[in-house]
Write a protein that binds this ligand. Structure first.
Ligand SMILES: Nc1ncnc2c1ncn2[C@@H]1O[C@H](COP(=O)(O)OP(=O)(O)OP(=O)(O)O)[C@@H](O)[C@H]1O
Length: 368
């Protein structure tokens, strides 16, 4: 093995041949290469990814090693450290200044599993290393307190700069605020639109979220005042729509998605998650029974020219976990975790693509 002297310049040149597959530019131009250290026959550097949930991590690592071997010498020992700095689609404003991305989770129809999907996506993103929060704005039935085993928890209040701030509760590493925390668990309070909109505004304006990579908003099914309040209050990075494969669910989801696409609202749609895509009995993990039909998620995605971010099977333990106060992903069932992890990675990927390729989002100003 011959000795080969390397300098940082040569390393950068080699790495400028590596393209970020989604962003279609090279790693050096994108400013993703940091902390290059060189030695005799050795090079070490850091690649800063756009999300810790990056599904292309290993591909990027391999491409970097290959580029060094091809352009410098096959004898160089290459160490690639991967870290992430989640990108943002907004300018830091007075509202939620430390939150990089606000993601609306929406559905056309009730009961399709929007809250279950939100809770598990949040956990999957958190487990990948991201900082995650949830706002449960589903006035039709706030379910986050139950799904996170937090029915008896209460957010605290801290005065800061002469103003009282709500501190989200923290459960399993996720910061959570729910409209359900504002009412006693057993009371049948019927939230009227204006009251709920006011509460949602407080969840942004008067809540101390600190630093978050992703803040997921569990919206009520359909379209409502809450949706309008959301897009008027904060810049929304994008929307995810949850549907089942059923035709009637898809028809409703089309209506839901159309709202985000209205020119005066114009919130990018990041993709579709098809929940209850098939039934898989726990004891037969390879079997798929398409009891709600097939292909609804894809149909919806095709119609709006967005990707299907994931398909989540109907598994009894997903329902049980929700009722037991733990998102299903915490039980480490292979089928369930693969489904939610893939969906979370696909979502994080679309957020990164959106942030790199589209204009920053601004809150919507609607004439009323
Ligand atoms: N993939 C799944 N497998 C098994 N059960 C599921 C799955 N997804 C959701 N469920 C169950 O279906 C029920 C409805 O789910 P969830 O509350 O998440 O729906 P939603 O769309 O948020 O409802 P809402 O219309 O009230 O907002 C819950 O009991 C939940 O545990």
């Amino acid at each position: 093995m011959g000795e080969f002297t390397i300098n940082k310049e040569k390393v950068l040149q080699a790495l400028s041949t590596v393209e970020e597959p989604d962003l279609k530019k090279d790693l050096v131009t994108l400013g993703m290469v940091r902390d290059i250290e060189v030695g005799v026959n050795q090079v070490k550097f850091t690649v800063v990814l756009t999300t810790p949930a990056c599904p292309l991590k290993e591909l990027i690592r391999r491409s970097c090693v290959e580029a060094i071997h091809t352009h410098l010498s096959p004898d160089v020992e290459v160490t690639v450290n991967l870290t992430a700095n989640v990108t943002s689609a907004r300018d830091a404003g007075p509202m939620i200044p430390g939150v990089k991305n606000v993601i609306a989770v929406s559905s056309g129809k009730g009961g399709v599993g929007k809250s279950t999907v939100t809770a598990n996506l949040a956990m999957a993103l958190h487990r990948s290393g991201a900082r995650v929060g949830i706002i449960d704005a589903d006035i039709s039935g706030p379910s986050m307190p139950l799904m996170f085993g937090a029915e008896n928890m209460q957010p605290t209040i801290t005065p800061k700069n002469g103003k009282n701030y709500i501190n989200p509760i923290r459960q399993y590493g996720i910061k959570i605020i729910s409209i359900g925390f504002l009412t006693p668990p057993d009371s049948a309070v019927v939230w009227r639109g204006p009251m709920a909109s006011q509460a949602l505004k407080q969840f942004f304006g008067d809540t101390d979220w600190g630093e978050l990579d992703y803040l997921l908003i569990d919206l009520p099914p359909g379209t409502s005042d809450i949706h309008l309040t959301l897009v008027q209050t904060v810049p929304v990075t994008g929307a995810v729509i949850v549907t089942t494969p059923q035709k009637v669910a898809v028809a409703d989801a089309i209506k839901g998605l159309s709202m985000f696409r209205q020119p005066q609202i114009n919130v990018p749609i990041l993709g579709v998650i098809e929940n209850m895509a098939w039934f898989t009995p726990e004891e037969l993990p390879d079997h798929k029974y398409h009891i709600f039909g097939q292909g609804g998620g894809q149909l919806l995605a095709d119609k709006f020219e967005v990707p299907v971010l994931g398909q989540i099977p109907l598994v009894q333990s997903i329902r049980e976990a929700g009722d037991d106060g733990k998102p299903a992903i915490m039980n480490n069932n292979e089928v369930v975790n693969e489904a939610f992890n893939n969906a979370a990675e696909a979502l994080a990927r679309q957020v990164a693509i959106r942030n790199a390729s589209m204009e920053k989002t601004k809150p919507v100003e609607l004439q009323v």
